[in-house]
Design a protein around this ligand. Sequence first.
Ligand SMILES: Cc1cc2nc3c(=O)[nH]c(=O)nc-3n(C[C@H](O)[C@H](O)[C@H](O)COP(=O)(O)OP(=O)(O)OC[C@H]3O[C@@H](n4cnc5c(N)ncnc54)[C@H](O)[C@@H]3O)c2cc1C
Ligand code: SF4
Length: 355
Amino acid sequence: MPVAVRFPDLEHWKAQVKCQMGCPVATDAGRYVQLIADRRYEDAYLVARAPNPFASVCGRVCAAPCEDACRRGSIDEPITIRALKRFVTERYGVESIHPETQDRLRHELVTEGNRYPGHLPVHPLSSDASPARRKVAVIGSGPAGLSAANDLALLGYAVTVFESADEPGGMMRFGIPEYRLPRTLLAAEIDKVRGLGVKLELRTPLTAGFGLSELRALGFEAFFLSVGVSKGRDLAVPGVDRDGVVKAIDYLLNVNRGYRMSLGRRVSRTERITDELTPLTDSPCSQAFTCASVRPPLQTARRRRGLSDSTSSSRALSAPNPAAASAKDRRSASCSSPPLVRTLSTSFMAPNRRA
Ligand SMILES: Cc1cc2nc3c(=O)[nH]c(=O)nc-3n(C[C@H](O)[C@H](O)[C@H](O)COP(=O)(O)OP(=O)(O)OC[C@H]3O[C@@H](n4cnc5c(N)ncnc54)[C@H](O)[C@@H]3O)c2cc1C
Ligand code: SF4
């Protein structure tokens, strides 16, 4: 009887590097963790930065799917890959005293770290805005749009980012609270993208009157649409349309734009656990974000070890009380809704309005 034999190919072996496969930009996390262990911090930073123009942002707030995939996690606990990224970005990233370190990637070939075909940069770049360069329009300046702009600029395209808001960054600026992601760090990382010659047109939304045909008429030959999803999800519960009930996304978008939201004296949070809505706790409004991007299994493991954390976003967002924590842990087992879409329902809260 014939036996089918399949020889492992390169893709097979790549798939065994689970942290790299788990990372949305295929960062060679194993390599930079090893380089840190060897105290080669600058090289480690360059490995983390090479595929990722927002390495410093990710060192602070990445949801770290690499850690979920980490092979070590099946033995005891995953390596704290994201916190180690922050460790090296604080030494060599835009927020460090050596913000120019990443420029090495544009002038020399850094050999550390596994590269994937999409990884950039690997070639020296001239940032001269030559008229001969083909024009690409990126719509939206969130992490998706700015990363695309970064890579397109490195590939030699003349990139313009059109952004409807008056500041760039998308949800990095208007969704993630400043205490978790300093705006100076974000601005510095965006400035590096601009430094490649990327133009940023703020307060210029794509609209019915200013659409792709108008952009084509301006000479743009390709378009990258990255307008995000800035709308919170509605909950199918009675009373959700009443005054004083506001979605977390609406709350954050308002607060991060500097509008005052009057929350009254008590705030009640509600989140979807399974089919039911489970009130988590009454809490002061300053703790209203605790659910965002917490990764419960890891958090539980850390709690078991009695760790507190000032460097990890997961732990920085730790639940303020055991009741909330256990509800989140239950969610990890059963919730099918995306992790960052939550509803904040408040009692005694003023309607959503500008101060
Ligand atoms: C509260 C919150 C907390 C989060 N925390 C984390 C975290 O800790 N870790 C993590 O990894 N991820 C986190 N995320 C998720 C992360 O922010 C998003 O996945 C990411 O921002 C999506 O990027 P994007 O570029 O696709 O869209 P966005 O960031 O939404 O950017 C879209 C951009 O397009 C612009 N735009 C929209 N319409 C137009 C138009 N017509 N013309 C021009 N411009 C337009 C918008 O103004 C915006 O700047 C969080 C998200 C939220 C909401
Ligand atoms: S922390 Fe985020 S960006 Fe860094 S390796 Fe992990 S998944 Fe990739």
